[in-house]
Design a protein around this ligand. Structure first.
Ligand SMILES: Cc1cc2nc3c(=O)[nH]c(=O)nc-3n(C[C@H](O)[C@H](O)[C@H](O)COP(=O)(O)O)c2cc1C
Length: 192
């Protein structure tokens, strides 16, 4: 089995991000055949502007980011919720990956979304909005599995998700389903 490279985008830029910690735990728990790499380059992206999105004159951060998405077999987003929706940095990253229209790096790319957030549902609105935006951008959104951990700031105040047995279990189940979904997508493509 060839290893699948999964680019992990964290929707929080702060140094103590609980979502980054969740992403680190997921990377550690990834099953054989799945390699998760945390990507930080989306924090360098300018705000999306069609005047800046000019082939041959793109900012380096955009070139590197689009290349990283193109090189990955799949994308895993790990995000909190901001004011009932996805954080602006993540929406900006989605927009940059959605162009050029018709030949973008995110087109047909498998994408899954998980996360932790402060409120009681663990950021499911942000997750839903991220899935919607990725779907409209042409990604192959995996809807069948997720992890949404509520109470982020309290739950992970003293305990890294890696050390939380329940979280490890949830992440392992998610990763197994994610890997299975990616295999299913491969099989469909081979049959086509
Ligand atoms: C601008 C802003 C808006 C927020 N809005 C929400 C929200 O709508 N729902 C929610 O669950 N948490 C909300 N939060 C709290 C975040 O979910 C919480 O701080 C989370 O732990 C941030 O993720 P991080 O630890 O990865 O940085 C908000 C935080 C900020 C800074």
């Amino acid at each position: 089995m060839t290893e699948k490279n999964v680019l992990v985008l964290v929707g929080s830029l702060r140094s103590g991000s609980t979502n980054r910690q969740l992403a680190e735990a997921a990377a550690e728990l990834a099953p054989e055949g799945l390699a998760l790499s945390l990507y930080g380059g989306h924090s360098e992206l300018p705000l999306y502007n069609e005047d800046v999105d000019v082939e041959g004159a793109l900012p380096e951060s955009v070139v590197a980011y689009r290349q990283a998405i193109s090189d990955a077999d799949a994308v895993l987003v790990v995000t909190p919720e901001h004011n009932g929706t996805l954080p602006a940095n993540l929406k900006n990253a989605i927009d940059w990956s959605s162009r050029p229209f018709g030949s973008s790096s995110i087109s047909a790319k498998p994408v899954a979304v998980i996360g932790t957030s402060f409120a009681q549902f663990g950021g499911i609105w942000a997750q839903d909005e991220a899935r919607k935006a990725y779907g409209i951008a042409g990604a192959n959104v995996i809807e069948s599995t997720t992890v949404a951990v509520p109470n982020s700031m309290v739950r992970f105040a003293e305990t890294h998700p890696k050390e939380d047995a329940e979280i490890r279990e949830q992440l392992s189940a998610f990763l197994a389903e994610f890997a299975e979904a990616l295999d299913g997508i491969d099989a469909e493509q081979q049959a086509a």
